[in-house]
Write a protein that binds this ligand. Structure first.
Ligand code: 13P
Length: 279
């Protein structure tokens, strides 16, 4: 379940407690042996995976190993990309149907590295989102500006062309990752205030397109040089529903520290302190 609906008795409005997502995007890293040893160590460092949705996205060839290494846990495995056709003469591509059959539940769509190095556009992102949803996968769709200028217009266009054409039903299954390109792999994290402002902007677009309930429920996670030492202040922002982590997810100790952060009293208390009743 993505989120729990709450009713604020005073205002009689609904809001949502959104289950945090802690995602690992391994990019082009780790072979089979490294995947196995990561999971062995990582599993021993987290005693309860229930405080967040943990999603690990290894390279395609490691997926089967990751799926079996995650057995008997609630760790989800995701792919980093998909093609929008189910099958056919498309050399080198992998479809949503195949990804689902391999045991994945999630897939990253439209990462900035795919947009920059492999020619992906908002239009292909949309096709991939539809294909992922049809295959029964949860897409983690990435948007973000390349430089710290024109943030509003870049996010508006990426949302309008790549995401907004989805139906409300399709949209309800998405996770959005805000990844400012200038912060990826650069050691330059967006400050909590900058990240929260961008998340608010994105949530505002969701409100305009699909209404307040959809906006309250969608998880918007942050990506860009997230590490155990900067994660807490980012996570403390009400708008930030988790992380998509590159570099720090390759190390079992630092990724486990990010997952364990979700257990912290402060986070759960502050969310629950919106003091409403479950419906
Ligand atoms: P880094 O955490 O290495 O900056 O990468 C972020 C990212 O691109 C996750 O998708």
């Amino acid at each position: 379940m993505n989120s729990s609906l709450l009713v604020n008795k005073a205002t009689n409005t609904q809001s949502a407690i959104r289950l945090p997502v802690i995602g690992a995007n391994w990019k082009l890293h780790k072979d089979l042996a490294e995947t196995e040893s990561f999971f062995e160590k990582f599993r021993s460092l987290v005693d309860d995976f229930g405080y967040c949705e943990v999603v690990i996205c290894p390279p395609f060839l490691d997926i089967a190993t990751a799926v079996s290494a995650a057995e008997q846990t609630t760790i989800h495995i995701g792919a980093q990309n998909l093609y929008w056709e189910n099958d056919g003469a498309f050399t080198g591509e992998v479809s949503g149907k195949m990804i689902k059959a391999s045991g994945c539940s999630h897939v990253i769509v439209g990462h900035s590295e795919r947009r920059r190095y492999f020619g992906e556009t908002d239009e292909t992102v949309l096709k991939k989102l539809v294909a992922a949803l049809e295959a029964g996968l949860t897409p983690i769709v990435c948007i973000g500006e390349s430089e710290r200028k024109n943030v509003e217009s870049v996010l508006e266009k990426q949302f309008r062309c790549g995401i907004a054409p989805l139906s409300a039903e399709q949209f309800a299954k998405l996770i959005i990752a805000y990844e400012p390109i200038w912060a990826i792999g650069a050691g330059k994290t967006a400050t909590p205030a900058i990240a929260a402002a961008a998340h608010r902007l994105i949530r505002g677009h969701v409100t305009k397109r699909l209404g307040a309930q959809a906006a309250n429920q969608v998880r918007i996670i942050y990506g860009g040089s997230v590490k155990p030492d900067n994660a807490q202040s980012l996570m403390a922002q009400e708008e930030i529903d988790g992380f998509l982590v590159g570099g720090a997810s390759l190390d079992a100790v630092s990724f486990a520290a990010l997952v364990n952060l979700c257990k912290s009293e402060e986070k759960s208390e502050s969310r629950i302190n919106q003091s409403c009743n479950y419906v």
